[in-house]
Design a protein around this ligand. Structure first.
Ligand code: NAP
Length: 270
């Protein structure tokens, strides 16, 4: 993989750098760009990695990960384009930006791989979906998959599915946070102290996620196993069905997908 430069060491960029170090990569192989000197100094002292300019990153890195906000992409690509070496691989973590945008603005034949990560990258549990651009090879995809495996799980999808991925796993953590928040409120309604309700629900979420992750069974079977005849859980399930929670989730995720398509179209029009 050679030298890796992260352009824009914000939340996601820092999480990736930290994951790469924990995964055994040497600090000498990692570079980052950052526009605030205090933030750059903080990251250099915390991780022992080197802050560089975009020019130095283009000259030294074999793989450049772009982790700026989508609205900040223009100046980064304008600066990078005349400096990029032909063999460099560009990885975009920018939500909603198509590989064609990078291919148009970077030198001809630049390999680009688009990634949709999510915030659990901050704790090494990201779900990332990768899609190769038109000049990226199988080896490039393999390289990016290995890179992201340091901070979670990785799947490959055609780029046409990235809007669905954005709606499902990109925004996914927010849906779980929302559910947890609502369930803690339910605990308060039942008279439990907030701290106790929070502990009960968060650990239940961790336990349920672990069972699903470890292949303890299909979600339907796991739910059926705790839904005994005439019991408490089935009464709760009846209320969830009465309130259309399943239909609400389908509609919510479809709305997120539609918004992602809309934002992507706006980006294409430039
Ligand atoms: N957070 C998520 O849940 C999530 C999920 C999926 C995808 N993503 C994608 O990941 C990317 C990063 O998101 P984030 O949440 O990490 O954002 P963030 O915390 O705002 O990080 C972006 C960083 O890039 C810096 N930056 C902007 N322009 C720069 C430039 N020209 N040179 C050097 N640094 C520059 C920003 O500096 P300033 O502080 O000065 O602006 C900031 O430190 C975004 O494209 C986002 O779409 C994020």
């Amino acid at each position: 993989m050679g030298t890796i430069a992260v352009l824009g060491a914000g939340k996601i960029g820092e999480a990736l750098l930290s994951g790469l170090l924990s995964g055994g990569r040497s600090a000498e192989d990692l570079l980052f760009t950052e526009r605030h000197p205090e933030r750059a100094a903080e990251l250099e002292s915390r991780y022992g990695i080197t802050n560089v300019t975009i020019e130095e990153a283009a000259a030294r890195a074999d793989l450049l990960v772009i982790a700026v906000k989508p609205q900040d992409i223009d100046p980064v690509l304008a600066e990078l384009a005349p400096l990029l070496r032909p063999s460099s691989l560009v990885v975009s973590l920018c939500a909603g930006l198509p590989t064609s945008l990078f291919e148009r603005r970077l030198p001809p034949n630049t390999p680009v791989v688009r990634v949709m990560p999510n915030t659990p990258m901050l704790v090494g549990e990201a779900m990332s979906a990768v899609s190769p651009g038109s000049h990226a090879t199988r080896e490039h995809v393999q390289t990016v998959t290995e890179l992201l495996s340091c901070v979670g799980k990785v799947v490959e999808v055609p780029e046409s599915q990235q809007d669905a991925v954005t709606a499902l796993s990109g925004s996914g953590p927010a849906y779980f946070f929302y559910l947890v928040e609502a369930m803690i409120d339910a605990g308060i309604l039942l008279g439990l102290p907030r701290a106790v309700a929070e502990r009960l629900i968060v650990q239940s979420a961790v336990g349920a996620a672990k069972m699903l992750d470890e292949g303890a069974g299909h979600p339907v079977l796991l739910r059926e196993a705790v839904t005994s005849p005439g019991g408490t859980t089935i009464n709760a399930i009846r209320e969830l069905e009465n309130h259309g929670v399943r239909a609400a989730l389908l509609a919510a995720i479809e709305a997120a997908r539609d918004r992602s398509v809309e934002l992507g179209r706006a980006q294409q029009q430039d």
